[in-house]
Design a protein around this ligand. Structure first.
Ligand SMILES: [Zn+2]
Length: 262
């Protein structure tokens, strides 16, 4: 739906708070880790918030809710059912549908545990707000989930339509490309994305959103079944263990955890 704009608002060290705005200025605010940059962006762009959506309970995603509510006390706050989010006015679960008149947008709620146990995504209006589960060329850490859960969550996100724009919680793309090239070095599309991302970051531009069609061809965590990643896992784990896709994913996530760019 081209009449809606997605606006990434940089916050904290490397977070993005997402705004989804219609032409009249009615706006959804997703994962406000801080209030000040949201309030400044709303004022600067002449936008009026309609609701706050939260993907998970981490402070860098919800820390700005109270400050925004202080300015806009009647805003609905939609969140997963988790006692650690005490500002929610509506809790949602897998399969729930969330429809707004303004901005005109309807979302399906996907439960995608792994980064946290109650993490959700909002899919609709041509975008997916994926929080800290799927990043461009990477994925979130598994703080409260198993590799099998996290992989199943990534599989759900990867199965969304090609043109869906991935809106995630952090600008990690450049570092993610550096790691991805160590496990998928012959991937030409990944190489091109790495070059483009370096230039975008040098200009101070966000590397997001990005279509899932692109992500599926370059993100190693969505490519555990691709021959290149199978081969890389087999070299690290032996071919027996590497024949299991959850084992390949767990190896990849562990390798990323320990990775430091040279
Ligand atoms: Zn998080």
């Amino acid at each position: 739906m081209s009449h809606l704009r997605t606006i990434p608002v940089p916050a904290l060290a490397d977070n993005y708070i997402w705004l989804l705005a219609d032409q009249s200025g009615k706006t959804l605010v997703v994962d406000p880790g801080e209030a000040a940059p949201v309030l400044a962006a709303l004022q600067h762009e002449h936008l009026e918030p309609a609701a706050i959506l939260l993907t998970h309970h981490h402070p860098d995603h919800i820390g700005g809710v109270a400050g925004i509510l202080a300015r806009y006390p009647s805003l609905p706050v939609v969140a997963p059912d988790d006692v650690r989010i005490d500002t929610a006015t509506r809790t949602v679960r897998d399969g729930d549908r969330l429809t707004f008149e303004a901005p005109p947008a309807s979302f399906e709620v996907l439960e995608i545990p792994g980064h946290t146990r109650s993490h959700i995504a909002f899919f609709g209006a041509g975008v997916v707000f994926a929080g800290d589960t799927l990043f461009s060329v990477g994925c979130g850490r598994m703080f409260e989930g198993t590799p099998a859960q996290m992989l199943a969550s990534l599989d759900r996100l990867a199965a969304l339509p090609d043109d869906t724009l991935l809106c995630c919680g952090h600008e990690y793309t450049l570092a993610n490309c550096t790691f991805a090239l160590t496990v998928d070095p012959d991937n030409a599309a990944l190489g091109r994305r790495a070059v483009a991302v370096r230039e975008m970051r040098a200009r101070g531009e966000p590397t997001l959103p990005v279509p899932l069609r692109v992500e599926r061809s370059i993100n190693p965590f969505l490519r555990v079944d691709a021959p290149a990643l199978r081969d890389a896992a087999a070299r690290a784990l032996g071919s027996d263990e590497a024949s299991d896709r959850v084992a390949r994913f767990a190896w990849l996530r562990h390798a990323k955890d320990g990775f430091r760019a040279a």
